[in-house]
Design a protein around this ligand. Structure first.
Ligand SMILES: O=C(O)C(=O)Cc1ccccc1
Length: 302
């Protein structure tokens, strides 16, 4: 059976996401960089990590490791609706709670609820929502903002359930592997990559985006990350509809490669919601093949 490392410990949202990828032996690992390191080292076949949230945005630990350490590619994604349970030790009441612990993304999603319901509590960041539950059990903190399943793993009780400041909050997770042939196209796929473009050339970002727009490619996400030691320079993370095996996507990738300082391919994989943006006219695979055939004939004088 394949082995999937996930951002643990047991009872995280990421564990729930990893379960959606089918039968596998699940291996909890304490932080996102350590999950990705286990995949790179070949200790597991794949790793499941969160990549973005509809309330709090990018999971920067994931983004930066994918951009800077040795390459990995996404082969699948999962979307998980996120609502929280507030877990405490037996007998602890609202007024006893002085510290409320969780992953920073979870704390950000219950800020209003905490301000209203636990006005005396100070938020404390932990590596994950489930590690907050571990620390509450230890007696280190008073309350944990956790995934609903965490109560099944840790001997704590629910002070509140179904907590969320924002209805319909969703987190997206990726299943990452060492580089290899991408999964077969399904017709509703997403491609992800990082580009580093000239920071000192006017219009270089517009030029990059135009390569997608000109080919009718639907951009679903753009995110910039700083280049750490080079202040004022950024790399851009792009997600768009389509699979690298499609001619218009391959053509766009070639154009980005030509126009960018660096491109890192991060995978083509099925979209979790299976939505398809309408492809514009004259951009089907056969339109591209026919156009290339015509150019080849012109070159041969036929
Ligand atoms: O800590 C967890 O449970 C995670 O999987 C990361 C996370 C945190 C908050 C919302 C969604 C995912």
């Amino acid at each position: 059976m394949s082995r999937i490392a996930y951002f643990g410990p047991q009872g995280t949202f990421t564990e729930q996401a990893a379960r959606t990828f089918g039968e596998a032996t699940l291996v909890p690992v304490e932080t996102v960089p350590l999950v990705l390191a286990a995949v790179r080292a070949g200790e597991v076949d794949a790793g499941c990590v969160p990549v973005e949230n509809s309330v709090e945005g990018a999971v920067t630990a994931t983004m930066d490791s994918l951009a800077e350490d040795s390459p990995l590619v996404a082969v699948a994604e999962a979307l998980l609706p996120v609502r929280f349970s507030i877990l405490v030790r037996e007998g602890v009441k609202h007024e006893d709670i002085k510290t409320v612990a969780s992953h920073p993304h979870a704390l950000a999603q219950v800020r209003d609820w905490v301000a209203t319901n636990l006005p005396n509590a100070v938020p404390v960041a932990t590596t994950s929502t489930a590690s907050a539950a571990v620390h509450v059990h230890d007696g280190e903190f008073d309350a944990a903002v956790s995934a609903p399943v965490a109560v099944l793993h840790y001997p704590l009780v629910e002070l509140a359930t179904d907590v969320a400041d924002v209805d319909n909050a969703v987190t997206r997770f990726l299943l990452l592997r060492r580089p290899g042939k991408p999964p077969e196209p399904t017709g509703t796929d997403r491609t992800s990559l990082f580009v580093v473009i000239a920071h000192d050339e006017p219009g270089s970002l517009a030029g990059t985006l135009s390569e997608l727009a000109l080919r009718g490619i639907n951009l679903s996400r753009i995110e910039s990350r700083p280049m750490r030691g080079r202040f004022g320079e950024y790399r851009f993370y792009l997600d768009f509809d389509g699979h690298v095996s499609e001619p218009r996507i391959a053509d766009a990738l070639a154009a980005l490669h030509r126009n960018s300082r660096e491109v890192r391919f991060l995978g083509s994989y099925p979209k979790a919601d299976r939505t398809l943006s309408a492809a514009p006219p004259r951009s089907t695979a056969s339109d591209y093949t026919a156009a290339l055939d015509w150019v080849a004939k012109v070159q041969e004088g036929l």
